[in-house]
Design a protein around this ligand. Structure first.
Ligand code: HEM
Length: 331
């Protein structure tokens, strides 16, 4: 059944375990109650896969986008400032009165466009979970199986920060499910798109609730860009460095690098008061000698110069765990 294209490199054991876990979750899933969103494409096949969960609300005439203001409880399930959380579900062979010409079909596989493999920092694990839910718990179905739904999967969406010397401002967060459902024969397909947009709350800023410069660095740099799955969410592999909230400070300040060349050169990950002797800064600025590994963030674009300066100024000010440094950032 594994008809996914470009799937991640995983063993069969993992697939069976994920199928069992999902089977249990599926048994608990209540039938969908919301209006479904067809997702676009030919009206002859657009009922084969339709999106449920958090209702699409834009444009009002024919909704195909979920647009939500951060922390609006009507659509955002996550109370954290700067993160919207929606629910997405896929139902197949939907008896949609708006699509009378669309007949149910035998359906085989479901694919969502996603960066691969799952060690790619841009890989979206929410998309992976929804794709798996369909392929492991719903498909294949016969043409006689109607309105079969996957159960909702959470879709998290951050509002990125536009850095500035005074702490930055929020920008809209966006992502889109771009999917293909394939039937039997494989010429039967339903290609769909569901856009999701998280709009920053009015009069909110990325400095709201920030109590120190290190917390600003954690919230605006480490958490969204480094402490992501398969990277620094835990101390693992070559780096043995966790940059997760509550752990990053102890893993950085005054700690010798795991990298042998850097450690032999007497560097510390963060040497308080000495930016030139801090491996973190060298990694972020990409000023690396032989055998000092890759620039960071790995496989992503370099940090904004204001964020690079913020890290440097914080180290120069003695890398304080609490309080704000005078030079720049939130105050
Ligand atoms: C701005 C975000 C990031 C920061 C601040 C950061 C920081 C660092 C630092 C300081 C080291 C050296 C650790 C040591 O040797 O003691 C390191 C190594 C490493 N990091 Fe990151 N990192 C970031 C993002 C990422 C991402 C997104 C990935 C995964 C795609 C990643 C994967 C690795 C790996 C595999 C190593 C060890 C190999 C090497 O040094 O090239 N990092 N990182």
């Amino acid at each position: 059944m594994d008809a996914r294209r470009g799937g991640s490199v995983r063993g069969p054991g993992t697939a069976t375990l994920r199928a069992l876990v999902l089977a249990f979750a599926f048994a608990l899933t209540p039938p969908p109650t919301f209006a479904l969103t067809p997702g676009g494409g030919s009206s002859a096949t657009d009922c084969l896969a339709e999106f449920g969960g958090t209702p699409a609300n834009r444009p009002a005439s024919r909704p195909r986008e979920i647009r939500c203001v951060d922390n609006d409880p009507a659509c955002d399930d996550d109370p954290t400032l700067g993160i919207c959380q929606f629910r997405a579900e896929v139902c197949v062979n939907v008896t949609d009165p708006e699509l009378p010409g669309c007949a149910p079909q035998a359906l085989e596989s479901f694919f969502i466009e996603n960066e691969q493999p799952d060690t790619n920092p841009k890989h979206d694990f929410d998309f992976q979970a929804l794709e798996d839910q369909l392929n492991f718990l719903v498909l294949p179905v016969e043409a006689t199986d109607l309105n079969v739904c996957s159960g909702a999967v959470q879709m998290s969406l951050r509002t990125p920060v536009q850095p500035s010397r005074s702490g930055g401002r929020w920008r809209r967060g966006r992502k889109a499910i771009v999917s293909t459902l394939t039937g039997d024969p494989a010429s039967v397909t339903d290609e769909d798109k569901l856009r999701m947009t998280c709009v920053p709350g009015k009069d909110t800023t990325p400095c709201d609730g920030v109590t120190s410069t290190f917390e600003q660095i954690q919230r605006q740099i480490f958490t969204p860009t480094c402490a992501i799955p398969t990277c620094h969410n835990v101390a693992q592999g070559e780096h043995q460095l966790s940059l997760a909230a509550g752990e990053a400070y102890a893993h950085l300040v005054g700690v010798a690098p795991a990298n042998f060349a850097a450690a032999s050169a007497g560097l510390l990950r963060v040497d308080p008061g000495a930016p030139a002797n801090s491996f973190l800064l060298k990694k972020l600025r990409g000023e690396l000698g032989d055998s000092e590994g890759a620039p960071m963030p790995k496989d992503l674009k370099r940090l904004h110069h204001v964020h690079l300066d913020l890290v440097e100024e914080w180290i120069a000010a003695g890398a304080p765990a609490a309080g704000f440094i005078p030079a720049l950032g939130c105050h």
